[in-house]
Design a protein around this ligand. Structure first.
Ligand SMILES: Nc1ncnc2c1ncn2[C@@H]1O[C@H](COP(=O)(O)OP(=O)(O)O)[C@@H](O)[C@H]1O
Ligand SMILES: [Mg+2]
Length: 325
């Protein structure tokens, strides 16, 4: 269990719009959560629910415009990153808060050897000499399970397998010993066996180093492997927040319950799974009331009219659903 400590990161009532040809779209709508020291927090939701935008927005990584940071605060060790100067943010990005992405190859520089770009990240952020950085990169490569690090150091990203590319990205993210690692679907593009290895690696690295982690996936089963707590996102909102035990034992939001049924398992191989009927609404065409009501098996009249506020349950779970009042 995660102790109740002072959160390392507190997101409060984040509202973010994106300007597009279709008008100004509300993408994040009142996002609030805490991340505690040493905690692995999952974010789950179907594609398009706002997971990536939520994470990028923490470090104000979406350019403005088109992004409009409307209101809210992101307190990182007490400093509000939504109010911080660009200069102050640069000291946080990649150093104290690092990110890894689904597409390792597109995040890596194609014309730099794997080892060189990792060493460059180190010299840039920590002021180490080239020689020191190279030695440290070889150690990091070994630590993230890259076999024959000396050989891999000299190879270009396209010469590496998807799994090795992701390991290089993880090594680069860890190079500056970040306090928070944000991992956005880091295994989605990988084969199942490699996926299991990378999840195991991330879990071990996070526990050994004591860093906090935000781990995004559309698969609750994957989140359960790595995280202690989870936020369920739908249409730019957090609709449920709970511990992993609670989410499996007593899911509260009807959307969470349907998501649980999409987890592959021994009795349900991937091909046999049916996705949740209907589609996530586009941010330009949100229905009135609860955004989930058109797909919700429990929807009542009130759900079609009024948007539900977040409700704190005695169990500690939070849920946006009129039916749990
Ligand atoms: N640059 C952009 N312009 C317009 N809409 C965007 C832009 N980036 C993201 N969106 C929209 O924001 C919503 C959330 O996207 P995203 O955070 O990528 O979802 P997820 O990561 O959960 O799949 C989607 O509806 C997406 O179309
Ligand atoms: Mg995404």
């Amino acid at each position: 269990m995660v102790e109740k400590t002072t959160p390392i990161l507190q997101a409060r009532n984040l509202h973010l719009d994106i300007r597009s040809e279709n008008g100004t779209l509300p993408i994040l709508r009142d996002i609030s959560f805490d991340l505690h020291p040493g905690e692995a927090l999952g974010i789950v939701g179907e594609s398009g629910s706002g997971k990536t935008v939520a994470c990028l927005s923490l470090l104000r990584l979406l350019p403005s415009p088109p992004a409009l940071y409307r209101s809210g605060s992101v307190l990182f060790r007490g400093e509000d990153l939504w109010q911080a100067s660009e200069k102050a943010l640069q000291k946080v990005r990649g150093r104290r808060v690092a990110m890894i992405f689904q597409e390792a190859l597109s995040a890596l520089n194609p014309v730099l050897k794997a080892g060189e770009q990792a060493a460059e990240a180190l010299t840039l952020h920590s002021g180490k000499t080239r020689r020191e950085a190279q030695r440290e990169v070889l150690e990091l490569f070994a630590r993230v399970g890259i076999p024959d690090p000396e050989r891999r150091f000299q190879q270009y990203p396209h010469q590496l397998s998807g799994g090795l590319q992701q390991r290089v990205m993880i090594a680069m993210a860890l190079a500056c010993r970040p306090e928070i690692l944000i991992a956005d679907e880091p295994t989605t593009a990988l084969d199942v066996t490699i996926q299991v290895q990378i999840l195991e690696l991330l879990k071990n690295l996070q526990r050994e180093s004591g860093m906090s982690m935000i781990f995004i996936s559309h698969d609750l089963g994957v989140i359960a492997e790595v995280c202690q707590r989870v936020l369920v996102m739908y249409a730019g909102q957090i609709v449920e927040s709970a511990s992993i035990e609670q989410i499996f034992a007593s899911p509260q939001h009807p959307y969470t319950r349907l998501l649980l049924q999409t987890i592959p398992g021994l009795d349900k191989p991937r091909g046999a799974l049916s996705p949740i009927p209907g589609q996530i609404p586009s941010p330009g065409a949100l229905p009135p009331g609860c955004p989930f009501h058109p797909r919700c098996p429990e929807a009542a009249e009130r759900c079609r009219l009024d948007p539900p506020p977040p409700l704190s349950l005695p169990s500690g779970q939070e849920v946006r659903c009129w039916m749990r009042e």
